[in-house]
Design a protein around this ligand. Structure first.
Ligand code: KG4
Ligand code: ZN
Length: 381
């Protein structure tokens, strides 16, 4: 797989609670990440125990311009204008529902030159609708002002293509077909990647996503948001115990998942017990293991039956240390001829570098700004 030759992409990500902007340069099919800034809203959403879409929207409005400026600064593309700009054309109309963002963007456009980029990329979906729209409208306003085309990006594909980001030599020779496991707060999907831009969804969760399950169990246990890292930390400190939780759908022939029953099992188990530190740690360890067992079993089964050459992981849950270790050991033991790829930790959770990489593979799919829309339920085609 190769990205298009020689271009500079400015990418925007706002599908959930992270505001991200990145600048990626593609030269002779190689990637150079020039700037990548993420502003996390974790502290804010922690108070609510989860993500609140309207709050997320408000935060994206506040953060997008400063994050853009920092990313441009990192990429050495932030240049002051000699004469101030005062005519902003249609941006008032494009950002009529994002007045806070409009105010900040006007100030930015007034004072700074259009950067030397070729494309604006933005996550169009799937994700939280109010959050997606802020990023999409911001991208439209930039595309219009700078007169650069937009490439809309599917967030799930971006999590998969994170594996092509520059990390080490091995990463550049990923062999297809591949089985991709995308596990995040919003998605749990097994996707067969037959070739560049050729995907087939073979299974997905029927209810909660794996990350959502971590988050909900953490809440039951009184641990902080986001639940994944909190549960992983507690699990590490667990002593041997007798808590036993189900592995939903592990023995079924299909490639679907179900995690809501696991959360319910934790709920009932914890009703009968005092939530001592030791107990919380045991439940954390057992529930993390239950999720890992199901993910590994189904992913390896799919890899064998579709005779793939690689397994690719992506999404926030792919940053789980135990999952990374155990899937690697299982592959080594059962299918050592299949290569495993997992993005660096910073490219597992949401960020705009993965959006830029995805856009580079679709640089011919540009659209005029008038035609871009957010689609919270977008599917991978
Ligand atoms: O990909 P991501 O940043 O956002 C979505 O697209 O949803 O994933 C966030 C999810 C959260 O549910 C969080 O609890 C989970 O990823 N997560 C983890 C870990 N780090 C983040 N789950 C398990 N172990 C982790 N270390
Ligand atoms: Zn994500």
């Amino acid at each position: 797989m190769k990205g298009e030759e020689n271009m500079r992409i400015l990418a925007i990500e706002t599908s959930c609670d992270d505001t991200g902007v990145s600048v990626l340069e593609v030269k002779n099919g190689k990637f150079f990440l020039k700037g990548n800034v993420v502003s996390s809203q974790v502290e804010l959403h922690r108070k609510w125990g989860g993500i609140h879409p309207t709050l997320a929207k408000r935060e994206h409005q506040k953060n997008l311009v400063p994050v853009l400026m920092n990313a441009l600064k990192e990429a050495k593309l932030l240049k002051k204008r000699k004469t101030k700009k005062n005519d902003f054309g249609k941006i008032d109309q494009i950002l009529k529902k994002e007045t806070e963002l409009l105010r900040r963007l006007r100030l930015f456009l007034k004072n700074y030159e259009p950067p030397e980029i070729d494309l604006v990329a933005v996550t169009e979906g799937p994700g939280l609708e109010p959050a997606l729209w802020v990023g999409v409208n911001f991208a439209k306003a930039l595309s219009y002002s700078w007169q650069k085309p937009i490439v809309p990006v599917n967030h799930v594909e971006a999590h998969i293509l994170a594996n092509w980001l520059p990390q080490n030599e091995k990463q550049k020779r990923i062999k297809l077909p591949a089985i991709c496991l995308v596990v995040s707060g919003g998605h749990t999907q097994l996707i067969l990647m037959k070739g560049q831009n050729r995907y087939r969804l073979i299974g997905e969760t029927r209810d909660d996503a794996a990350g959502e399950c971590f988050d909900k169990i953490a809440r039951i246990l009184g641990l902080e948001y986001p639940g994944g890292p909190a549960i992983a930390r507690e699990a590490e400190k667990a002593k041997k115990g007798n808590v036993k939780l189900p592995r939903p759908m592990i023995g079924q022939k299909n490639y679907d998942f179900s995690f809501s029953g696991l959360k319910t099992a934790v709920f009932y188990n914890s009703q009968e017990r005092k939530k001592s530190k030791g107990y919380v740690r045991q439940v954390a360890k057992e529930s993390q293991q239950a999720i890992i067992d199901v993910l590994i079993k189904k992913t390896l089964k799919a890899a064998k039956s579709f005779k793939v050459r690689s397994i690719l992981l992506g999404g926030g849950v792919a940053s789980n240390k135990e999952l990374r270790k155990q899937i690697s050991e299982s592959i080594e033991k059962e299918i050592p001829n299949i290569a495993l790829y997992i993005p660096d930790l910073k490219y597992c959770t949401d960020n705009a570098a993965i959006v830029a990489v995805a856009a580079s593979f679709h640089s011919k799919r540009t659209k005029p700004w008038q035609k871009i829309k957010a689609d919270p339920n977008l599917r991978l085609k």
